[in-house]
Design a protein around this ligand. Structure first.
Ligand code: RRO
Length: 299
């Protein structure tokens, strides 16, 4: 069978299919379960410097084409999360800690106090005051936050970018200037759902972030744009729910991919994607490396 192993963003991965941040990433046990199910790496739920309860419910609504969430960064703080990372590491694949903060100094402080295989900087949550895309839509802040964490930490730094911007490439270039080892594209798209019987917005926070199948073409385009111009790897995420989606995202230029909302189908999704990807490479007689960025080389 073709090899699925890949070196991406400073990590050696046995396969390029990772668990995305925010999905089943709050405990070591659930992260381990994803590893045992075949994930090549796992990303934790985003962790901050103080405990947060998150937004009032409802926090998730199913829509025709995916999910809209407004969880609101619920987390116990980094001070209470290291034991979960340590437990997750028993799964035998790299554990990437997703972190969020409201300033470069706060990001650096968290990064100094968490021991993980890599850090993913959440500069893209679309619905939390003072966090996520409220910083991450400004290229100068993306660069300075990345630079501060890079200086404070010795592990690979991935920067998760927001699609809620006119030009995601500008943000990717800023992350690269700051010293990022990879960019991750994309986080959720700003969205809303309204109950037509009552007229009330359904989510407690009113607005949220759309994930799932609807956002895949947006993610493919973002990955293509970024991979065409950046020298650092791009990790593709957004609406991947089959091996065919994974192939498309890798053809767009993703060195690895992350799966989030499709976990609703169960943990079997990792095995489904890796075995489908492997069979595809065998049928086409190409390597994973040759597949990566193929669409950008077609004229
Ligand atoms: O917790 C959330 O509400 C959340 C986060 Br941190 C994120 O990055 N993206 C998202 O859609 N929701």
């Amino acid at each position: 069978m073709p090899s699925l192993s890949v070196h991406a963003g400073g990590l050696d991965l046995k396969n390029p299919v990772l668990l995305a941040a925010g999905i089943l990433g709050t405990t070591g046990a659930s992260l381990c379960r994803a590893s045992r199910a075949g994930a090549g790496g796992v990303v934790t739920k985003s962790i901050g410097s103080v405990p947060r309860a998150g937004h009032p419910g409802p926090c998730i609504v199913h829509v025709d084409c995916g999910l809209i969430n407004a969880m609101g960064l619920p987390n116990p703080s980094y001070k209470d999360f290291q034991t979960e990372i340590d437990a997750a590491r028993k799964g035998g694949v790299p554990v990437i800690a997703s972190i969020f903060a409201s300033s470069a100094e706060e990001f650096a402080q968290i990064s100094r106090n968490l021991d993980a295989d890599a850090l993913e900087l959440n500069l893209s949550c679309p619905h939390a005051e003072k966090y996520g895309s409220e910083l991450g839509r400004y290229p100068d802040l993306v660069e300075s936050v990345t630079g501060a964490v890079k200086a404070a930490s010795s592990v690979p730094i991935w920067v998760k970018l927001t699609p809620n911007t006119a030009d995601i490439l500008e943000l990717g270039l800023a992350a690269q200037r700051g010293g990022a080892d990879a960019v991750v594209a994309i986080n959720t798209l700003k969205a809303m759902a309204i109950d037509i019987e009552t007229g009330y917005p359904i989510l407690g926070n009113r607005f949220g972030g759309l994930s799932g199948r609807a956002i895949k073409p947006v993610a493919v385009r973002a990955v293509y744009d970024l991979a065409s111009r950046l020298e650092i790897p791009v990790i593709g995420v957004g609406g991947i729910s089959s091996w065919e989606d994974a192939v498309e995202m890798i053809m767009a230029g993703a060195s690895a991919i992350q799966v989030g909302t499709a976990l609703l189908q169960g943990y079997g999704i990792f095995e489904e994607i890796t075995s489908g990807l492997s069979a595809y490479l065998e049928r086409k007689s190409i390597t994973l490396e040759e597949l990566c960025g193929m669409a950008g080389r077609c004229s």
